[in-house]
Design a protein around this ligand. Structure first.
Ligand SMILES: NC(=O)c1ccc[n+]([C@@H]2O[C@H](COP(=O)([O-])OP(=O)(O)OC[C@H]3O[C@@H](n4cnc5c(N)ncnc54)[C@H](O)[C@@H]3O)[C@@H](O)[C@H]2O)c1
Ligand SMILES: [Zn+2]
Length: 344
């Protein structure tokens, strides 16, 4: 088992990474919690796979567990489902000295985390991420949120967990496309911050736990330097501005988030190369590694890149694009809207 400490003043916590560690989750949680009750929030897919092992371990360590189940999928990050989660917490009479556990992918993590941040003005919570994306990305950093009909993550908070317990064994049951989705963010982390990680991904010879640890470590560094997302944390958006154009044009139907980001990263690298900001050959390396992990590198869908300028046009602001200088080095470039319109 590997342990990574996240140093956020007054709210330091550990991320434990290992195969099969859900069995020890109750014992691990006792390191950070005196709770009598634990509400395990999970979704319908994860429930039959992993809820029992977590509940048993909680019980063995003196927690009284109760499970709140939500439907699987992004639609559960809604105000409606959030209210149902609060109902579940009330029904078990959960108090502020108890604990909320998010057992599932990024949807459950964001939803349960937001419920934890707001129920009774805040209840301690722990993350047990079960998708690759959640293990390397959404469970680290303390962003929790639900969506509004108007857009994603419009209601949210910065709320750090007390602990993250990452059982890499849970990845064995992931559908291949959900696994590939997480690979998109892993490749992104290598591209923006770690050339040697990127090279290991290119080689194809790597150990799952080691890669997940390395990715959490990259995200940890970025988040520690900019917890509230006012500057440096923006590098994590590499490929996301272009990717978002694809997700929007596609109506969130054909491509997963990771797939849209994959195409977005290639677009950003090609754009950077055209401007002379990004080292020649960078887009080619990205395409090669994305293809290796079953991610797309281009789309035949008509998508107008200028749509990403619409909001900025109205507000008259600058658009900040994350571009690579080279593999492993990202930089934030502000563009005036008119300038970018010409370049695109
Ligand atoms: N908070 C953040 O910093 C942050 C960062 C990135 C993404 N996100 C959010 O994360 C969400 C996406 O997360 P996701 O990709 O994990 O999606 P998800 O939670 O919907 O999980 C994907 C699918 O896999 C299933 N599943 C989960 N674990 C499984 C397992 N071990 N075996 C089999 N099936 C399993 C789920 O039921 C679901 O059907 C989005 O809402 C996004 O906004 C948040
Ligand atoms: Zn992303």
């Amino acid at each position: 088992v590997r342990e990574l400490r996240v140093h956020i003043p007054q709210r330091e916590y550990s991320i434990f990474i290992g195969a099969g560690i859900l069995k020890a989750s109750g014992a691990l949680l006792r390191q950070c919690s005196n709770a009598a009750k634990a509400a395990v929030i999970t979704d319908e897919n994860v429930l039959p796979l992993y809820a029992a092992v977590v509940e048993d371990s909680l019980r063995h360590n003196g927690f009284a567990p109760a499970t709140v189940v939500v439907p699987a999928g992004e639609l559960s990050k809604s105000a409606d489902v959030l209210l149902r989660v609060y109902d579940g917490l009330l029904a078990m009479e959960l108090t502020r000295s108890d604990l909320i556990v998010a057992l599932g992918g990024g949807v459950v993590g964001d939803l349960a985390g937001y419920a934890a941040a707001t129920y009774l003005r805040g209840v301690p919570f722990a993350q047990m991420p079960t998708t690759l994306l959640a293990q390397v990305d959404s469970s680290v950093g303390g962003k929790v949120a639900v969506n509004l009909p108007h857009g994603k993550n419009l209601i949210g908070a910065f709320y750090q967990p007390k602990m993250v317990i990452t059982d890499t064994g849970t990845l064995d049951t992931l559908p291949p496309r959900v696994f590939a989705d997480g690979m998109g963010e892993i490749i992104k982390h290598g591209a923006i911050a770690d050339a040697s990680l990127f090279a290991v991904l290119e080689s194809g010879h790597w150990d799952r736990e080691e890669i997940i640890y390395a990715n959490c470590d990259i995200k940890r560094r970025v988040v520690e330097a900019d917890e509230y997302d006012t500057g440096g944390r923006m590098v994590l958006n590499f490929g996301h501005t272009f990717g978002h154009v694809i997700e929007t044009a596609d109506g969130f139907a054909r491509y997963t988030h990771g797939e849209a980001v994959a195409i977005g990263m290639v677009m950003a690298a090609e754009f950077g190369e055209r401007l002379g900001v990004t080292a020649a050959g960078t887009a080619a390396r990205l395409k090669h590694v994305l293809t290796r992990y079953q991610l797309p590198i281009e789309t035949d869908m008509a998508c107008d890149l200028r749509t990403m300028l619409l909001d900025k046009k109205r507000s008259g602001g600058k658009l900040h694009l994350v571009l690579l200088r080279d593999i492993g080095k990202a930089a934030i470039h502000p563009f005036a809207v008119a300038e970018l319109e010409k370049l695109l």
